[in-house]
Design a protein around this ligand. Structure first.
Ligand code: SF4
Ligand code: FES
Length: 285
């Protein structure tokens, strides 16, 4: 290895077929492999909450990642660590993910106490190691809220958010078959406002960052999404009341306007929707 080439420490050495990322690097061909091997790197210490199951006791475990490429996302760094743990016969770190593109809401944990990490408007799957400095210590913890049970390590059960959606139910008014969508004209501003609310990905970061563990921003976004469109008008007030009642039943707290939810939301949902939601409950039917 030449002097300016950073070693990919943390990658397991190839043995036989090799594993994961080492194999991918081999498949890149000589030019792109060389670029990958000379990219800038960072060494980090990860303090990770380890908890084998919902009723197990948990604690922090420390792992060093040395000279890992800064073009890796934090989740890819955890993949690397997991490859290493699996090779050593240890339990890999549990965390949730799906799209890894910031659109599904599956991922999410605390990075140094901040839900979804330090970069604004970013889900943790889109958080790259170039955001961190060499030698940084990152403390990774699951979202903490009474309504979110820790399933394993960094993964929590967010089914309570699904039950809030289910409480909103469906429109029970029989309107016949669905009309042609383009036959219903919707103004541009109205559509844009509804779309802003509809971008909520249900990640739960707003809950985890709120000192009351309130799900108000999530519920407001869901109500505002359909509540502003013609299709959402029937039974609009009942839906608002039912979803807020379910939020309380699930153990989420009340909003006390500290606005941390808005600050951490990866989709920058505005807290103005919370005021809108409260007005919804009392609007005439
Ligand atoms: S409002 Fe934002 S933080 Fe809360 S669930 Fe939706 S996307 Fe996540
Ligand atoms: S994995 Fe889909 S938003 Fe992060």
């Amino acid at each position: 290895m030449k002097q300016n080439e950073a070693p990919l420490a943390g990658l397991p050495r190839r043995a036989g077929q090799g594993s994961g990322i080492a194999r991918i690097l081999d498949d890149l061909g000589p030019f792109r492999r060389r670029a990958a091997l000379t990219m800038s790197t960072v060494s980090l210490t990860l303090r990770i909450w380890r908890q084998a199951g919902p009723s197990a006791s948990g604690g922090f475990e420390t792992h060093a990642l040395e000279a890992v490429p800064t073009d890796l996302s934090l989740l890819e760094a955890l993949d690397l660590l997991n490859e290493r743990l699996i090779a050593a016969g240890e339990r890999p770190v549990g965390f949730e993910h799906d799209c890894r593109e910031g659109i599904c809401g599956s991922c999410g944990f605390l990075v140094n106490g901040q839900a979804q990490g330090p970069q604004r408007a970013t889900s943790v799957c889109q958080l790259y190691l170039r955001q961190f400095r060499d030698g940084d210590v990152l403390t990774l913890e699951p979202f903490r809220a009474r309504a979110f049970t820790v399933l394993e390590d960094l993964a929590v059960d967010r089914a309570a958010l699904d039950r809030i959606i289910a409480a909103g139910g469906y429109c029970s008014v029989n309107t016949g078959s669905a009309p042609e969508a383009n036959a219903l004209l919707i103004g541009r501003d109205q559509a844009a406002r509804a779309f802003d609310a509809a971008t909520c990905i249900g990640c739960g970061a707003c809950v985890a960052s709120c000192r009351n563990a309130s799900a108000s921003l999530f519920v407001a976004a869901k109500l505002a999404h359909l509540g502003q469109l013609p299709q959402g008008q029937p039974e609009r007030r009942q839906r608002a009341r039912a979803m807020q009642a379910q939020m309380r039943a699930e153990g989420f707290g009340s909003c006390s306007s500290n606005l941390e939810c808005e600050a951490v939301c990866p989709k920058q949902i505005s807290a103005d929707w919370i005021s809108w939601m409260h007005r919804e409950s009392w609007r005439p039917v």
